[in-house]
Design a protein around this ligand. Structure first.
Ligand code: G4P
Length: 553
């Protein structure tokens, strides 16, 4: 019998509004959704993302030994060491999504490439998570990549938890770090734990969340129960005995200041992306990780609603929907098949069922679907909102594609950003131009870089975030497609997606600037601006035209 709980009644209201129907099975779907927490870990390279990921898996019971998660990064920035790049590709498939069960919850941890040249990949991965853990190095503070990533989180109001790492090192003053986060990342903070000294004299962390003291004893594989001391009152002389009088005094002063300066932690404000709770620890020493995980499962959001061009899609809707946020070419270059990473947004995904591919207006069956567990991939029969499914694909899927049970809306929120570096593609082997075109098309579908094709003369321009992609593209075109090309430098400042409410004005603009107009992968019009000053002038001269640095606006 259906239990007409308040939730169910609420659903009926919403469904009436959105024209959606829920079945009696909906309660079990809701239970599955309530179990899921899908999040990403982000940081500036070297802050400790890989280490924290591994330690979370260790504490979550998903792996048994440290060292199981390989570093997902390329050490040198412009290396020609292609083996390293190939390795990177292989590794990132294995460690891109790590699912594990913890305390009855299904946690999906999405890894993001550490290397800044792969920032676009990271941005896209962030569209598939419901929250984020941001690692900050206590010595270096907020770094440039962290600022950029925070911008992306802000675009979607993604809730952020901050983990200040490497407390075993002489770092910056914790209050100063909090101020820096507020200032540079433009988000309010609320410490939920507090360090007692740092570096050589690091004593431990006091949890403001559950009023416990965790003592630091150097490198430990597991933190035992004896290290966690319940302190009912911050004035308890036991603290003096454990950490020494002067550190105890400092802690009391700090806690008083925190309680005075920062408002009570407000989890609703965290869920709205307005306040970031902050934890302190030392990931390499397993310190502060358990506290982070335990608080995370308490406060992190369950799978959230997503928007398509037409409407908001709620996870608990009966009908399946999902979108592709990442494509990975198979490691074996002899086989052209790829894995598409699909985030389930609503309903239940079932293997081998027919789903509607909105962009191609065609049905597809995916008989080979995998889930990603901490150290393996396994075939699955079903998946629920929040889950990431790996679909084997021979070229029908690309980033941003939506699959549904027949509905036509495409999920929004996977924009392309204007690249930073632009190069013209010059074919070096006229006999292989077909291979070059095909290779470029497929690599762009994987999201390695962006291709812009000029209206005039069909010149092809590749845009990237960093230098490294050009080497990757050249190498892969040669080895996987047998095509050779060179990249010639171009003097471009930004790619601006253009639009106007007035179609006539837009046509006129395109006509008058036809030498600078290109189309992106989706045939959207792009104005290729050569300099900031020139763009400013053009904007002044054409006030009816909108210029956007992202493809979605
Ligand atoms: P990333 O993924 O964010 O790029 O960082 P990663 O975890 O690879 O960590 C970068 C370096 O910082 C590593 O040292 C790692 O051991 C170290 N590290 C991580 N957490 C802590 C910490 O809590 N305290 C201290 N002192 N160091 C930490 P490495 O020398 O680059 O590599 P490795 O040889 O130690 O693996």
């Amino acid at each position: 019998m259906v239990n007409f709980s308040q939730d169910f009644i609420l659903n009926i209201d919403l469904s009436t509004f959105a024209g959606i129907f829920y079945s009696a099975n909906n309660m079990s779907l809701k239970e599955e959704i309530a179990k899921r927490r899908t999040f990403g870990i982000i940081s500036h390279p070297d802050a400790g993302k890989t280490t924290l990921t591994e330690k979370l898996l260790l504490f979550g019971g998903a792996i048994q030994t440290a060292g199981a998660v390989k570093s997902n990064k390329i050490k040198q920035s412009t290396t020609s060491d292609f083996m390293e790049i190939e390795k990177q590709r292989g590794i990132s498939v294995a460690t891109s999504v790590m699912g594990f069960e913890y305390n009855g919850l299904k946690i999906n941890l999405l890894d993001t490439p550490g290397h800044q040249d792969f920032a676009e990949d990271t941005y896209r991965t962030l569209t598939a998570v419901d929250s984020v853990v941001m690692v900050i190095d206590c010595v270096k503070g907020v770094e440039i990549q962290t600022e950029k990533l925070m911008e992306v989180c802000r675009m979607r109001a993604t809730p952020v938890i901050s983990f200040i790492n490497k407390l075993d090192r002489e770092g910056r003053d914790p209050f100063e770090l909090l101020d820096e986060i507020e200032e540079k990342l433009n988000i309010q903070v609320r410490p939920l734990s507090w360090p007692i000294s740092m570096g050589k004299t690091f004593k431990g962390v006091y949890s403001l969340f559950n009023k416990t003291l965790l003592l630091f004893k150097g490198s430990q594989s597991k933190i035992s129960k004896e290290d966690l001391i319940k302190i009912a009152d911050i004035n308890d002389p036991e603290i003096d005995r454990l950490v020494g009088e002067s550190y105890a005094k400092q802690l009391r002063e700090d806690v008083e200041l925190i309680e005075g300066v920062y408002p009570e932690f407000d989890d609703e404000a965290y869920l709205r992306g307005e306040v970031a709770p902050v934890f302190f620890g030392s990931a390499v020493n397993n310190f502060g990780v358990q506290e982070l995980l335990d608080c995370f499962i308490h406060i992190a959001p369950i799978p959230r609603k997503r928007s398509t061009e037409e409407r908001e899609v709620l996870p608990e809707e009966d009908k399946f929907s999902g979108f592709v946020f990442k494509i990975h070419a198979n490691i074996d270059p002899k086989h052209r098949n790829r894995i598409a990473f699909l985030r389930v947004c609503s309903g239940k995904f079932e293997r081998a069922k027919n789903y509607y591919h909105v962009r191609l207006n065609k049905n597809f069956r995916f008989s080979n679907a995998t889930a990603f567990m901490a150290q393996s991939k396994e075939t699955i029969e079903e998946a629920f909102p929040g889950d990431i499914v790996g679909l084997y694909d021979t070229g029908n899927l690309k980033i941003g594609d939506t699959l549904t049970e027949g509905e036509k809306g495409i999920f929004k929120g996977i924009p392309s950003f204007s690249p930073e570096i632009f190069r013209e593609v010059v074919n070096l082997d006229a006999m292989k131009s077909k291979q070059l075109d095909k290779g470029l098309k497929q690599l762009m579908e994987e999201g390695v870089a962006q291709l812009f094709t000029y209206e005039l003369g069909s010149r092809k321009v590749v845009g990237t975030v960093g230098q490294l992609q050009f080497e990757v593209i050249q190498h892969r075109l040669k080895h996987e497609y047998g095509a050779s090309c060179e990249f010639h430098a171009m003097n471009l400042y930004k790619a601006c997606w253009i639009a106007s409410k007035d179609k006539k004005q837009l046509d006129e603009f395109v006509k008058s600037k036809y030498r600078h107009i290109a189309k992106d992968k989706d045939d959207k019009l792009v104005f290729m601006a050569e300099s900031k000053a020139w763009l400013g002038m053009v904007q002044d001269n054409f006030p009816e035209i909108e210029f956007h640095f992202t493809s979605e606006f």
